[in-house]
Design a protein around this ligand. Structure first.
Ligand SMILES: [Zn+2]
Ligand SMILES: [Zn+2]
Length: 488
């Protein structure tokens, strides 16, 4: 693949040009392209909830079913820096990076080196009236364990160190495999793991937690930053860049030495479920389902479902559990601060009020947004989506899908307060003079964050489009699916 250095304006023009070529089937492409019209949208073009159905059979190559609305489209050839979006909901179907293997490998190796540096040197040093304490970054997890909070310690350890390290090793393994003439063992299993780990890596959220902690204690004690602090920032940024550089469409195309043909009789311009098909969420390939609406991807082995099984029931159950846990998370102290022998409990709201009353408005706003607005907003938004999914009211499906994307994106940022407690607990250990220990609300609040994240993952956004899809399917004499993906 050749590097393509163009401006964003040029990119749009190039994309439109390629789109036109592809419609006519003239342009030779590095990956197989369909013969007939690719029903994908270029970025910044209007989204249509009622794209014209196209029921002509296409070449059965490079077809995709949108993960968010289930619409079947054909991918156009992509140039580096371009991404193909769904014409109906705007969801990203595929993106192309220049030198995808080399770029991802270089970033993953750099992030791994930065991680090793981050856990090998002192992180932050704190001292008050001659009594000091210096911590390494991993002590934020081990100190929580020592304070009898093993579940919170495990969450911090997994989200900040273990899962990112696994992800980086997996990315390096898969990219090296792509560079070799023969694939390394377990490459497909490891590549499948990458997408499942990504939502649970929170090194970037930990950076925000560190900043908030530093501002909180800046006026109370002397703080100096160690080498590990800067290494950790580099690690978090490089990890983020690695996840963004991973071109999964290219990865699976290269791992499999091409793309298997899509099932016989497949049509673009209709939902996959209406044709008893489903798109793989890992590699994108469309596969045939059995009579119960289930199947498995022939390329990566991932399970396929017309709709996620019992999506609404799982989402409701997890949401209700999170709502119940949110009560103790606010009623009980999230941490205790000991100063000159007296111990004060701090609730989440109490902490926000304390910071605001002492003039730390920016930090107070960050904590208020992350710990109050985001969890409540996310629970309400998800509950509303679960309510409207089976009823399909007048609100546009694309608006509901955007709301779903937002709830998925913001959920993990609520972990800021949990990381603040972990960092302060590890750092401020000056005995009766000044120390911090976690309260019972830390566990409850961490569980709220994890449960709402899982609830959002269990929710199937394709349900938000099913009424629109059914109307289209009725018009084209295809099977009609209800909101659970079953034929009535
Ligand atoms: Zn879509
Ligand atoms: Zn697959």
């Amino acid at each position: 693949m050749q590097r393509c250095l163009v401006t964003s304006h040029d990119r749009a023009q190039l994309f439109a040009k390629h789109f036109g070529f592809c419609l006519l089937g003239r342009r030779p492409t590095p990956v197989p392209s369909p013969i007939h019209g690719p029903l994908v949208r270029l970025r910044n073009t209007p989204i249509s909830e009622h794209p014209a159905p196209e029921h002509h059979p296409t070449s059965r190559r490079r077809l995709r079913a949108c993960h968010e609305c289930d619409w079947v489209m054909a991918l156009p050839p992509l140039q580096p820096g371009q991404q193909a979006c769904c014409i109906r909901c705007g969801g990203v179907l595929a993106k192309r990076n220049s030198l995808p293997v080399q770029r991802c490998l270089a970033l993953a190796v750099s992030a791994s080196i930065a991680l090793i540096a981050a856990i090998s040197f002192p992180f932050i040093r704190f001292s008050v009236r001659g009594i000091g304490n210096q911590i390494e970054v991993t002590q934020t997890a081990t100190e929580m364990l020592a304070q009898h909070q093993p579940i919170v310690a495990l969450m911090v350890l997994m989200a900040v160190f273990v899962l990112p390290a696994l992800y980086l090793m997996a990315a390096i393994w898969v990219q090296i495999s792509l560079l070799l003439p023969h694939r390394l063992p377990w490459s497909r299993t490891i590549a499948r793991m990458l997408g499942h780990i990504t939502p649970w890596m929170m090194a970037d959220v930990f950076i925000v937690g560190t900043m908030v902690s530093l501002i909180k204690i800046a006026g109370l004690a002397e703080v100096s930053l160690g080498v590990s602090f800067w290494a950790f920032i580099a690690y978090a940024l490089l990890l983020l860049a690695t996840t963004l550089s991973l071109d999964s469409d290219w990865l699976w195309f290269s791992l499999s030495g091409g793309e298997p043909s899509a099932p016989e009789g497949i049509h673009t311009g209709a939902t996959a479920a209406s044709q008893n098909l489903a798109g793989c969420h890992t590699c994108g390939l469309i596969g045939r389902l059995d009579e119960h609406g289930h199947g498995s991807c022939e390329r990566c082995g991932e399970k396929l479902h017309a709709r996620k099984p019992r999506s609404l029931q799982y989402s409701w159950a997890l949401l209700l559990t999170a709502a119940v846990l949110y009560i103790p998370a606010n009623l009980y102290p999230i941490m205790y601060t000991t100063s000159l022998g007296s111990s004060d409990p701090n609730t989440i709201i109490g902490g926000v009020i304390y910071l605001a009353s002492h003039g730390s408005w920016p930090v107070a706003i960050v904590i208020f947004v992350a710990s109050v607005l985001v969890p409540i907003g996310k629970m309400l938004a998800l509950a509303w989506l679960c309510l409207v999914a089976p009823r399909a009211p007048g609100m546009r499906s694309s608006t509901r899908t955007r709301l779903y994307r937002l709830t998925e994106f913001i959920g993990r940022w609520s972990m800021v307060d949990v990381f603040v407690v972990a960092i302060l607990t590890a750092l401020i250990r000056a005995g009766a003079l000044m120390s911090v220990s976690p309260g019972p609300a830390a566990l409850a609040f961490a569980c709220v964050v994890i449960l709402t994240m899982v609830a959002a993952m269990c929710f199937d956004p394709r349900l938000l489009w099913d009424e629109v899809s059914s109307a289209k399917i009725k018009g084209s004499d295809a099977s009609i699916y209800d909101n659970q993906g079953r034929t009535p």
